[in-house]
Design a protein around this ligand. Structure first.
Ligand code: ZN
Length: 283
């Protein structure tokens, strides 16, 4: 069934650049499934439109994304959606791993992989918080341009879980720092992320949109097929460096952790919700 609330993701074209914007600013763009499928609609549209050369992914308001929706009134984990990333069955009406693995394979790992393979360059335009599930959205884009107030964190080890589902950490920030990032759950600010090679550019908040569109417009001068093949070349190289196989293996550990949490009580998130996670990181 479909899914898309009309305003949860907005789509705008400026010249050869499509701007796809997550639009739940009052929840810091927490990603529920309705947003996931609306993003997928937007990316599909941009991919299919020959007049679009480059896609910018943005978050409205003060923050790019606080992560997966684990506590807003719009949380929709028990709803069915028309699956797109694979043929695995619907999670609704199943129990335990049978449900959780199906759901996360589809809406988290599967969707992020699908978007990473979109055959046009994508740029994440990141301001404010980019936390946990928010990282996945930024990381599956080709380039990341961050405002100087942007910060990144993956605090899910606090839930006993070894990182978010799209486990790109060792590839995007190097294995040594990935451990510190995960072990502490601490925020990494834009300038540090730049020094780690995790983002392409850091600019002031005021300049962010202008800088991103200037970059997107330059890329848009290149031929479409050349860009698509180049993107695929680098993605294939990254996969040869173990990204895809590594993610598959860690996805199993991730689900062992969810299952452990559920088995010992407290639910798959070890009793945490959005508020307790925010309190822990603020404290
Ligand atoms: Zn998970």
């Amino acid at each position: 069934m479909t899914t898309t609330e009309p305003e949860i993701v907005t789509y705008e074209q400026r010249g050869a650049v499509a701007l796809v914007t997550m639009n739940r600013p009052s929840y810091r763009n927490a990603q529920n499934s309705a947003m996931t499928y609306a993003l997928d609609d937007a990316f599909y549209r941009a991919a299919a439109d020959d007049s679009v050369k480059v896609i910018v992914l943005a978050g409205s308001g003060e923050h790019f994304s606080a992560g997966h929706d684990i506590g807003t009134p719009g949380r929709d984990v028990d709803e069915s959606f028309e699956r797109r990333s694979g043929l695995w069955w619907d999670h609704v009406g199943k129990e335990g791993v049978d449900s959780r693995f199906a759901r996360e394979s589809e809406v988290y790992l599967g969707m992020c992989r699908r978007w990473r393979e979109l055959p046009k360059p994508t740029i994440a335009m990141v301001q404010g918080a980019c936390i946990a599930g928010g990282l996945m959205l930024a990381w599956c884009c080709d380039l990341i341009v961050a405002a100087d107030d942007a910060f990144f964190a993956d605090p899910v080890v606090r839930m006993g879980i070894p990182g978010v589902e799209y486990f790109a950490h060792p590839w995007v920030m190097g294995p040594r720092f990935a451990k510190e990032f995960l072990f502490t759950g601490d925020r990494v600010y834009a300038d540090r992320a730049l020094s780690l090679g995790m983002v392409n550019r850091v600019v002031s908040r005021q300049e962010l949109e202008h800088s991103v569109f200037e970059l997107a417009d330059r890329i848009a001068q290149m031929p479409r097929l050349g860009l698509a093949l180049t993107k695929k070349a680098v993605n294939q190289a990254e996969d040869q460096m173990g990204l895809r196989a590594g993610m598959d293996s860690v996805f199993g550990l991730h689900h062992a952790a969810h299952a452990h949490n559920a088995e010992v009580g407290g639910g798959s998130l070890a009793g945490h919700d959005a508020r307790s996670m925010k309190d822990a990181s603020d404290g």
